[in-house]
Design a protein around this ligand. Sequence first.
Ligand SMILES: *[C@@H]1O[C@H](CO)[C@@H](O)[C@H](O)[C@H]1NC(C)=O
Ligand SMILES: *[C@@H]1O[C@H](CO)[C@@H](O)[C@H](O)[C@H]1NC(C)=O
Ligand SMILES: *[C@@H]1O[C@H](CO)[C@@H](O)[C@H](O)[C@H]1NC(C)=O
Ligand SMILES: *[C@@H]1O[C@H](CO)[C@@H](O)[C@H](O)[C@H]1NC(C)=O
Ligand SMILES: *[C@@H]1O[C@H](CO)[C@@H](O)[C@H](O)[C@H]1NC(C)=O
Ligand SMILES: *[C@@H]1O[C@H](CO)[C@@H](O)[C@H](O)[C@H]1NC(C)=O
Length: 776
Amino acid sequence: MARGFSCAFSFALNILAVAGAKEPAWNGHTTHGSTTPSAFTPYYVAPGTKSYDSSSPFVHYSGKWKESFSPGYVHNTIRSTSHPDATATFSFIGTGVEWFGNMGDRHGLADVYVDGKKLQTVDNYSATPLKQQRLFWKYDLPFGKHHMKVVNTGTRRDSKNKGLLDVDAFVVTYGTKTNRGQLASSNSSLPANMRGAMNLAESPSMVDTWTLEQKGSTGVHAMQLSIISPSHAIIVDKVEHNPLTIDGHPAWAALYNLNTHALKPLNVKSNSFCAGGTFLGNGTLINVGGNPVVEDHTAAADFGDVDGLQGVRIFEPCESDDASDCDIYENHSRIRMASPRWYNTVMRLQDGSAMIIGGSKKGGWINNATVNNPTVEYWPPKDIHGSNGLPVHLKFLEDTLNSNLFPIAFLLPDGKVFMAANQDAMIYDWENNKERRLPQIPNGVRVTYPMAGTGLLLPLSPDNGYTPEVLLCGGSTVDDTKPGYEISSQDPASAQCVRMVLNDSGISAGWQVEQMPEARTMPDSVLLPTGEILIVNGAGTGISGYGNVLHQVGASNADNPVFTPALYNPSAPSGQRFSSRGLPTSNIPRLYHSVATLTPDGDVMIAGSNPNLDRSEVKYGTEYRVEWFRPPYMRGERPEWVSKAPRLFDYGRSMQVEAKLQLGAVHGPDVKVALMDLGFVTHAVHANSRLVYLVTSLADDGKTLTISAPPNANIYPPGPGWLYLVVDGVSSKGMRILIGDGKGPKVDDAAWENMLSKTAVDQYEKEKGGKGDGSE
Ligand SMILES: *[C@@H]1O[C@H](CO)[C@@H](O)[C@H](O)[C@H]1NC(C)=O
Ligand SMILES: *[C@@H]1O[C@H](CO)[C@@H](O)[C@H](O)[C@H]1NC(C)=O
Ligand SMILES: *[C@@H]1O[C@H](CO)[C@@H](O)[C@H](O)[C@H]1NC(C)=O
Ligand SMILES: *[C@@H]1O[C@H](CO)[C@@H](O)[C@H](O)[C@H]1NC(C)=O
Ligand SMILES: *[C@@H]1O[C@H](CO)[C@@H](O)[C@H](O)[C@H]1NC(C)=O
Ligand SMILES: *[C@@H]1O[C@H](CO)[C@@H](O)[C@H](O)[C@H]1NC(C)=O
């Protein structure tokens, strides 16, 4: 039987494991109450939707139809016709409908009508026969009774022969009166939780007021998010039944156009479920780790994904405005990690390479000694401490079990790496493989998965010699040795934030404790060019994952979504740093698998939430809507970059750039240039997120800025960055730049070859006898 493990595997598994029963395939669709997985096909009945088989009395056929039987059809039956004008009609109550059937080389054109209006002529010709395909879908109907009609035109593409049409099933999305039907203002055909354009909170003129707009849909659920160009963000998900499709199957990654909100699906080969990511020094993005495939056989209707546990997915710099020629490249026979990792953190080092930290050797839920991968490895592979391309053991990752997945890590200005996991923290001198343990996080708060908090390196400034200080917020005090059935979605989250200056006196002073206005697990912390931090998303109770604990809401292990962000000003006096004043409140829960990032425009993009095994329409369902939190500095006149910066900005250099300051800022303004890494965001971890204030002076002409590059690669590791000009607290838009010499990290061919020769391709999948070579 196919086996597999999910990002947060189901409660059913806990029970089954106890009972010694077989594990259901994680990504196979398992009918409620059943343990037998069926094939992973486009046909999918999301929780909260209802399927009507071709033999249902609600489907009426006129003209000549034939009924056929096969286990490959939904409920073993299908109706087909090759007679012109043969019609199938179906009435339903809800907000959306999908039509499933076969595709093949005899299939022709069919007209689809909803409520008497012709919406589409569907051409489902396919050279290879496919079953249970989604032939048509419409999700944005106003809530109510609807009438769907499918009419065979009798014609066929490029053929004089009659076209075939068939009906295997209809799936209805019920939706809700308030949340879906009434929002049908958008022209997209996605359901309300997958689209939209409305202002949730647009309050009047106050200059210090933020605004919130809901606009756009991610098409694939936004588990991982990173800004890749002035116009696009990359979104990476797990293999699941997303509405956006590619090559006839649901997509699990996409590029999102920040200006037009258009989507481009990406062709990912392996399962990127709970991967991490980083840019390298030359601007290439890597997406690392994931989950196995589960099906032993890639059936025609399967998504065709391969094992992602050792995956290194390459996304080369994407320069075109429409992202047309940008895609993800994978070839596990050469490009892979030495060891399987699920829930690893990936961080860019001062040499432009990636450090890949920890994770589990297979998917599951809370980490444990059996599945733990207590090592770091590098991409490209390095020969370090005699590793010759293979992983290097890290005791910290053993000592921090169980709740230590997705460690929080930041490169420090002395070239060492800060790491926090569970209740502990340390500084890792990676070049000498030495750990320096830091004081434990106070009051029993755990900060990493599934007790996820969030962490940031506070802005680095030449004013204090780039003294680093870290901030960790939220998480949970739930005992990580308890089984899921002793944990509840109602267990309170932590409101604690702690910060520590990472020099000798700061470390001996220890963690400084503060409280957020509201407790949160799974918060996201987003650095703004002003140096303030927006804390958004997350839940007031419970922990990360789905299907594991008591009192799940739907499948969610967490409840009580926190809807109002909090703004943190790290330089205000203690006790006066948090404020929610002027911050709008959302009405979209952003729980497990939510993300947030600063954009080149200077606003905060919020997406995701999917505490579910697969797409779900019940609370808390799969969320595709995007929200935009706009800081007050976007309301009035803003400073602007006038001349373009050079593409590369190397250490020790300086450059002159012309800018236009906003009116009223000309006499002795407070001018700062923030160099920012917007990071790679997933699971509340904002890897590489960084703000470095650059030494800057404004000429007497009031427009020429002389800007110095960061002094060295420890302060800002080589790679992409964004320059924001902040004048009297008002930020410009970001201007992209590549810090360093633009060359990639050094490639050690011998270490790479050694890694390849000493490790197997997709070893997890091989062990259980599957295929799984990404090159196949
Ligand atoms: C069937 O055809 C329609 C329109 O030609 C297309 O939108 C849809 O994606 C097709 N279905 C599949 C599964 O390819
Ligand atoms: C809606 O349609 C209009 C006009 O066709 C188009 O300009 C706009 O971009 C569309 N909006 C979305 C969200 O697709
Ligand atoms: C993958 O790499 C192998 C070995 O280098 C090569 O033979 C093969 O052509 C590559 N496949 C693709 C699809 O690039
Ligand atoms: C360790 O975790 C894996 C994956 O979740 C699970 O299958 C296994 O039962 C766990 N082992 C122990 C000893 O808890
Ligand atoms: C540590 O940093 C703080 C804040 O910048 C500074 O006041 C202090 O002198 C530093 N201590 C040491 C030992 O460098
Ligand atoms: C950057 O370096 C990596 C690692 O050597 C390489 O795979 C990638 O192709 C390089 N990208 C560019 C744009 O040169």
